[in-house]
Design a protein around this ligand. Structure first.
Ligand code: BGP
Length: 472
């Protein structure tokens, strides 16, 4: 493998990404309340359970809650400059609507930040990553209810007051556009999807957008050096054919995702989005104060996850439903797919970086990308490892395209591949869909020692970081 990409910029934030509910475990320790993830034992496609059940792998996950020091040391060994993790809202406010935070929860993240500081790793914190406190879902119907803005505000004030002096990079909501597709997981909306009106759904999105702007406002007050980013699921949409109707259909689908960046960067709803709402019969309550918040508190940077591209066509027989948390679309006949049907498109990443940069002229941060695969633990030279050449190839190809985008003049802040250590998958709720450079010995039935092992990709990524991409 060799490439012609120039060295990545000095200060490029190389690292890895995770989320609390997928790594921490300790679901009922340290005063933590239940989150919606504690009633999602089988993942995204299966209805929630009444209460927590023992078959939920997230109850222990990979036990990061107790092993964070060991894990962060491994990240440091790879040369990470940054580590993306989320704060579990229900560790800080167990119910979500109480007046005072839970000190034990706050102290846990102090310890995580201490450890990162020790290794010179910059924290990248997601404030809300698919883990709304369950009480807010059950009592208020999640983000459908305007009260959630106030609860989120209290949570955010607590975080900025406590950690604002030591955390620069913050993301307000993970994949904020996904609430339209996964209302319970992404928005804590307890009403079943088939009974949820479009007006309630878009109202929930609106509340999250206002809360996101409010977080930026509070950061300016309490943590002036903080950099606030929105986080969207990026999924470029190509026309399936050159038929102009397909080209227009692709633009329309693309805009259903781009709207979220537009609102965060430009501070107002774009005309095409308002038209879509009108035609869908959606009536939103938007106050003057909401409008002012959106307009005055736009983001410093745009972050996104990138896994797949899709196609669009006006021919309805071509539509397929994606597996997992990837939105439905039309398959691209030119691309291969992962074992879960996620189509692999490295050039799409360069395309996204260029279109986002042309559109917003804001620094861009790739905070998720990677290949979920079934790994085989083997012994090489007396060491347990995984020979994950497929993962190396995937990430190598994507990083080459990031290098191309940088050469195109795009301002790219960093790259944090998803699940840098194996974790519980969001869509399947299993461990066998692995993304990591580090293998965690735990299986889908919950058995395993929880020991960590360096995969082949561990050394590959360490070399990429050390050489600033020269080994790609
Ligand atoms: C993103 C989520 C992550 C992560 C990733 C991979 O949408 O932000 O939480 O889970 O997808 O998805 P999965 O775990 O389903 O493979």
């Amino acid at each position: 493998m060799s490439s012609t990409v120039a060295p990545f910029p000095e200060g490029f934030l190389w690292g890895g990404a995770t989320a609390a509910n997928q790594i921490e475990g300790a679901y009922a320790e340290g005063g933590k309340g239940l989150s919606i993830q504690d009633v999602m034992p089988k993942g995204l496609m299966t209805p929630r359970t009444e209460g927590p059940t023992d078959d939920n792998l997230k109850q222990v996950a990979i036990d990061f809650y107790h092993r964070y020091a060991e894990d962060i040391a491994l990240f440091a060994e790879m040369g990470f400059k940054t580590f993306r993790f989320s704060i579990a809202w229900s560790r800080i406010f167990p119910l979500g609507d109480e007046a005072e935070p839970n000190e034990e929860g706050l102290a846990f993240y102090d310890r995580v930040l201490d450890e990162l500081e020790k290794h010179g790793i910059e924290p990248l914190v997601t404030i809300s990553h698919y883990e709304t406190p369950l009480h807010l879902a059950e009592r208020y119907d999640g983000w459908v209810n305007r009260d959630l803005i106030g609860f989120y505000e209290r949570y955010v004030r607590t975080l900025f007051s406590r950690y604002g002096h030591r955390v620069t990079y913050w993301l307000t909501f993970n994949e904020i556009n996904s609430v339209l597709h996964a209302p319970f997981m992404s928005g804590g909306i307890n009403t079943p999807k088939d009974q949820l009106s479009q007006s309630d759904l878009y109202q929930a999105v609106h509340h999250e957008l206002v809360a996101s702007a409010l977080a930026t406002k509070i950061a300016r007050e309490l943590a002036p050096s903080a950099q606030i980013g929105c986080m969207v699921l990026a999924m470029p949409t190509y026309p399936l054919t050159p038929d102009p109707d397909d080209v227009m259909a692709a633009l329309t689908t693309d805009r259903s995702n781009l709207a979220f960046g537009d609102i965060h960067v430009r501070g107002e709803y774009p005309g095409y989005y308002l038209r879509h709402l009108r035609e869908a019969g959606v009536e939103l309550t938007i106050t003057d104060e909401d409008r002012a918040l959106l307009k005055e508190h736009t983001v410093d940077f745009v972050s996104f996850s990138y896994y797949v591209s899709i196609c669009e066509t006006t021919d309805p027989t071509k539509r397929v439903t994606g597996e997992g948390n990837i939105f439905p679309g039309v398959k691209n006949p030119t691309l291969q797919a992962s074992e879960w049907g996620w189509q692999i498109d490295p050039v799409g990443l360069r395309y996204v970086l260029n279109t986002f940069w042309d559109r917003w002229q804001k620094p861009l941060f790739i905070v998720e990308n990677g290949l979920g695969a079934k790994d085989q633990l083997v012994e090489v030279d007396g060491q347990k490892t995984v020979v994950d050449d497929y993962r190396i190839a995937y990430l190598n190809d994507h990083l080459v395209q990031v290098g191309e985008a940088i050469a195109d003049g795009v301002d790219v802040m960093g790259f944090t591949p998803w699940g840098c250590i194996d974790l519980v998958s969001a869509s399947t709720a299993q461990l066998s869909k692995r993304y990591g450079f580090i293998y965690v010995d735990r299986d889908d039935d919950g058995t395993g020692t929880l020991e960590r092992y360096r995969k082949k990709s561990f050394g590959w990524y360490r070399d990429v970081i050390a050489s600033r991409g020269a080994t790609l």
